[in-house]
Design a protein around this ligand. Structure first.
Ligand SMILES: C[S@@+](CC[C@H](N)C(=O)[O-])C[C@H]1O[C@@H](n2cnc3c(N)ncnc32)[C@H](O)[C@@H]1O
Length: 242
């Protein structure tokens, strides 16, 4: 399978040469304006199909509320705010995303979800959250982000830094499939194309390995098959405590 997989990947790489040229010429930055529109509309369908899983995941948020005040939650790579409806009332939200063009779509989600208190939207990558103080958050959330970041261990270390002791890192991510499956084969073959469509998204990341290696005190992590397009069907969800 490996030789065939590499041969097919090479064909895909050749076919997407125009996209690589586009990036080389600096034209890909225009897609950064289009991607938030796509993400905003795709998130309705994703949320509908994943409603049960998101409910299951975010039900545990309240376990991390402090006794004497609201839950302080940092969302890394917030995009258009597709998770807001699942956060508990009164929750204090800080959002970060490196793409400033999400702002208008984020605002739409904020307007719809007035049960939350919005602290700030910061344009920053998850690898460098210096605007957020050490030990200041009860919860950090990442959904469909660790497939796109440049340095997954660094993003997780930043999450750990800003979490208070006993706080938790919540995640929901699509991941690499089992190597014995055709999904794995096609994830690798179409990876170069998906990278451009998904603004840096890689379908072949074994993200759970980075979470397991990060040194959390307690880890609740589950693999499951999401009812989605087959390349992004393998998912993980859970939370990990500092
Ligand atoms: C597929 S969208 C998911 C958005 C949102 N979290 C959701 O669940 O709908 C991927 C998001 O990751 C963001 N992203 C890409 N690279 C990032 C990085 N290095 N640090 C933080 N976020 C990043 C993108 O700008 C985009 O908002």
């Amino acid at each position: 399978m490996s030789i065939l997989m590499h041969a097919c990947t090479l064909v895909v790489k050749i076919l997407i040469l125009p996209l690589q040229l586009w990036e080389l010429l600096g034209l890909y930055r225009f897609y950064k304006r289009v991607f938030p529109i796509l993400t905003y509309y795709v998130s309705f369908s994703y949320n509908r199909k994943m409603d049960e899983k998101k409910r299951e995941l975010f039900r545990d948020l309240l376990r991390f509320s402090p006794r004497d005040g609201p839950l302080h939650l940092l969302e890394v790579g917030c995009g258009s705010g597709a998770n807001f409806q699942h956060y508990p009332s009164g929750c204090n939200i800080t959002c970060t995303d490196p793409n400033p063009h999400f702002k208008d779509y984020l605002q739409k989600s904020m307007d719809k979800n007035d049960h939350l208190v919005y602290e700030n939207f910061v344009v920053a990558s998850g690898e460098d959250l210096r605007v957020v103080e050490d030990n200041s958050m009860d919860v950090v959330v990442c959904t469909l982000v660790l497939c796109s970041v440049k340095n997954t261990p660094k993003v997780i270390q930043e999450a750990i830094r800003v979490l208070r002791p006993g706080g938790a890192f919540f995640f929901l991510e699509h991941v690499e499939a089992d190597p014995s499956t055709w999904t794995y084969f096609f994830q690798h073959v179409f990876k170069p194309l998906m990278y451009y469509i998904g603004d840096g998204c890689e379908t072949t990341r074994a993200t759970w390995k980075h979470i397991e290696a990060a040194g959390f005190s307690d880890l609740q992590l589950r693999h499951f098959q999401a009812p989605l397009f087959f390349l992004i069907r393998p998912h993980i969800l859970g939370y990990a405590m500092k």
